[in-house]
Design a protein around this ligand. Sequence first.
Ligand code: SAH
Length: 244
Amino acid sequence: MAANPLDNIRVVLVGTLYTGNVGSSCRAMANMGIRHLRLAAPNLQNSWEEGERLAVHATDILAAREEFPSLEAAVADCVAVVGTTAREGLYRQHVKAPRDCASDLLSVAATGPVALVFGREDKGLLNEEIAQCTHLVRIPVDEGYTSLNLSQAVLLTCYELFAASGRYVPPREKAPPAPQAQKAQLNKNWAAMLREIGFMKEEQSDHFMQGFQRVFSRGVVTKDDAALMLGVARQAVWAAKNHA
Ligand code: SAH
C-alpha cells in the first residue's frame, strides 16, 4: 500500500519526437507531485539541450527517466494502464474525463503502479497501443481544436490526480469570525458615525443601515474585519467633532 498514491503514478510517453515536450512534461509532473517518467520507444529528433532547458527545476525527473523498447515493456509491472487520447471513435467509446476517474485511479494507485500513457506529437497512440489500455481518458476541449500539446495534456491529467489526492490544502482565514455582538456594535457605531458626518439624517437611518448591513454581511466577517471597520467609525466621529 503506497502512503502517497501519487508516488505510484508512472507517466509513460510513447514514441515522443521532441525533447522539449519531454522536458516540459517533467516540469508539469513536478508541479503536480508526480515524479516517475518512462519513455517507451522514444523517437527523439533533437538534442537533450532543449529538454533540459524546458524541464527547468525538474531536471532530476528527466535524469531519472527509464527507457523501454515498447509500451508493452514500459507498463509490464502496472496494475492499470490509462491511455490518453484527443480523439473519439474506434476503440475509444468508453473515454472519460480525467476528473471523472481521478479518485478511482488513485484508489488503484494505492495498490500498485498506474501508467498514464501519452502518444506521439504527430500520430497520438496507435490502435494496438490503445488496445493495451485498461482505461481511456480524454481531456475536455473545444471541438474546434481537440489536440493538446503533449506536455499540456500531461499537465492537465496530472493536475486532476493531484487535485483529487487532497494533498493541496488551501490557505485558511486565520482570524475567527466576528460574534453577533460585535456585528451589532459595528452597525450601531456606523449609524452614529454616518449621522455625525452628515451622510444621513436620523429618519433615514433604517433605510441606509439596511444597505450597510448588506455590505457588512457579504461573506464571512472576521473579528479583525469588524475591528477595522469600528476603528474607521471611531476616527470619523472624532474628526467630525474636532474639525467642525
Ligand atoms: N494528432 C494526435 C494528437 C497528438 S497530441 C491525435 O490526433 O491523436 C499528443 C498526445 O497528447 C496524445 O497522444 C495524447 O496522449 C495527448 N493529448 C492531446 N490532446 C488530448 C486530449 N484532448 N485529451 C487527452 N489527451 C490528449
